[in-house]
Design a protein around this ligand. Structure first.
Ligand SMILES: Cc1cc2nc3c(=O)[nH]c(=O)nc-3n(C[C@H](O)[C@H](O)[C@H](O)COP(=O)(O)OP(=O)(O)OC[C@H]3O[C@@H](n4cnc5c(N)ncnc54)[C@H](O)[C@@H]3O)c2cc1C
Length: 505
């Protein structure tokens, strides 16, 4: 059902593109919360909102330009894509930590907490959770799903409401908007503008990696996405492609293991103390913790998990120059230890490396040029001053999200930036928000009814990429939206959250 509201912005009201308005009798009384993007974050906020009690009539409008309740990570797509985290740690609910496992066991009864399941199954779980939350919600709480792209958001004149414009020409008036547009696209590679689309894949999730037998391929990036694309690409090429992967340090993520979670508050406090002094001291402390754990017969991953547990506080403790140092020198080392591969994926990559079908380089791409139907890539190996070239059949950009929103090519973000409704952070790692996810505008003021959730919460918390962190943010944001700030429960909640934020700072 098309539920676009009556108002149409003159810029978009172009004949056939103007959307016909359908209004529900409830709409004039209802509070409307509109969520832009129905990947993990937007869907999780909608699910939690549907499950919470509401005294007023509530209309939740979930707007998604692609597949609802999937996002990039859990989309329906062909390929051998597995979750990077075992089933027992992938629940979308922190209250029921085995919710995803229980869902998976309905179709795969032998699955255990330590199994790495297909990402597509996770998408089915999100879809099913959204559907059952919508069905179980009371009649005065209604969910609408819209397949649209949101292209602009503007504050309505003389009201506190917000107009949300979509690519089909209509607009929807909302009381509150939650932005959940996911990860930004990767940064542009030097010289990529000279290459035809058939030779250069700017976004690896745009279409499947159709490598052919006998081809030579260059993958820019050596992280988790590289692993996905190499395995799917080799499958398409029947194992007969030669793939070169390149990144600044040439580091490949470590493998997951069934390690035990370390529950040591003493270490957490020690790490916080070191972060207050310097990054160097913090790195030394994390290393010492990993060595200590291993000496006691444990697994270094326990130390990483313990560090991740206090990562938001560590990030907030680091002084600005130390954060800068982290981004320049320690970021990639943290990433390969923190973002790990399922053991089967890790073994498959190693086997390809052993056979020479995957070659990993440390270096930097300087330029790319088309040569006939192929691509000449000029690059420089790390630690050398001389450039060298390699000729390949195609190039895939797996360098990961470009979090500096000042360079975004997304229409919606560009429009929000132009209006000063979002503020990039000083380090180019995301979007500035307050403790409740409310956007800070260009002058640093809290925008009362515009919120953000997703991986670009990094300026405040650093670790906000995975389900484990995002589900907590989704639950907190839903509570914040459901409990009016002036109500006793709302005041209690906000005071509690502020204390929490203060305690971690
Ligand atoms: C390939 C991949 C695999 C991952 N695997 C794991 C894993 O195994 N375990 C784990 O814990 N984490 C994993 N993650 C990390 C984490 O789960 C994701 O980052 C998380 O899904 C982010 O959710 P999101 O909703 O913020 O973004 P997304 O899931 O990307 O969703 C954003 C949605 O917004 C839509 N959208 C964007 N702009 C607009 C617009 N203007 N109008 C309408 N719709 C819009 C997009 O189409 C998209 O569906 C993975 C991430 C990726 C990319």
């Amino acid at each position: 059902m098309d539920t676009s509201a009556a108002f149409t912005h003159p810029r978009h009201a172009t004949g056939a593109f103007a959307t016909r308005a359908h209004t529900h009798p409830m709409d004039s009384l209802a509070r409307t919360i509109l969520i832009v993007g129905a990947g993990f974050s937007g869907t999780a906020v909608a699910i939690h909102l549907l499950r919470l009690p509401h005294s007023r009539t509530l209309r939740i409008v979930l707007v998604e330009r692609a597949q609802i309740a999937r996002g990039v990570a859990y989309a329906r797509r062909e390929g051998p894509y597995l979750l990077n985290v075992p089933a027992g740690r992938m629940s979308a609910s922190s209250v029921d930590s085995l919710e995803f496992l229980t869902y998976a066991q309905r179709t795969l009864p032998n699955v255990t907490t330590e199994d790495f399941l297909p990402r597509e199954l996770y998408g089915q779980y999100l879809e099913a959770s959204l559907l059952s939350a919508a069905q179980a919600s009371p009649p005065h709480v209604r969910l609408e799903r819209l397949r649209r792209e949101v292209i602009a958001i503007e504050r309505a004149r003389r009201t506190s409401r917000v107009e949300v414009y979509t690519d089909r020409g209509g607009s929807i008036t909302a009381d509150t908007v939650v932005l959940a547009p996911g990860n930004p696209a990767p940064a542009t590679l030097n010289g990529s503008e000279k290459l035809p689309e058939s030779r250069y894949l700017a976004d690896p999730w745009e279409r499947p990696p159709a490598f052919r037998p006998g081809e030579t391929v260059l993958v820019a990036g050596t992280g988790l996405t590289m692993a996905d694309i190499v395995l799917a690409g080799q499958e398409a090429a029947q194992g007969q492609a030669t793939i070169h992967a390149i990144s600044r340090h040439g580091l490949v993520p470590a493998a997951q293991t069934a390690f035990q979670q370390l529950n040591d508050e003493v270490w957490g406090r020690a790490l916080l103390r070191e972060a207050s002094v310097s990054l160097r001291r913090l790195v030394r402390a994390v290393r010492a913790l990993a060595e200590d754990v291993e000496l006691r017969g444990g697994d270094w991953r326990e130390a990483i998990a313990a560090t991740r547990g206090v990562a938001p506080s560590l990030w907030q403790r680091l002084a600005a120059p130390e954060r800068k140092r982290f981004l320049r020198h320690a970021h990639c080392f943290w990433d390969v230890h923190r973002h790990r591969l399922p053991p089967s994926t890790w073994s498959a990559l190693n086997e390809l490396r052993r056979k020479g079908s995957l070659v990993v380089h440390a270096g930097r791409i300087l330029d790319m040029d088309p040569v006939g139907r192929r691509v000449k890539v000029t690059w420089r190996a790390r630690g050398t001053g001389t450039a060298t070239t390699i000729v390949v059949d195609r190039v895939v950009n797996c360098t990961g999200p470009q979090y500096d929103i000042r360079h975004t090519r997304e229409r919606l973000l560009r429009s929000l930036l132009a209006q000063g409704l979002v503020m990039p952070d000083a380090f180019g790692v995301g979007i500035m928000t307050d403790d409740f996810g409310a956007l800070l505008d260009a002058s640093g003021r809290v925008a009362g009814n515009l919120y953000y959730i997703g991986p670009m919460l990094r300026p405040r918390y650093w670790e906000t990429t995975a389900v484990q962190e995002l589900r907590t943010h989704a639950e907190q944001l839903a509570c914040c939206l459901a409990l009016p700030a002036q109500s006793p429960a709302g005041r209690r909640y906000r005071a509690g959250s502020e204390r929490l934020a203060g305690a971690t700072a």
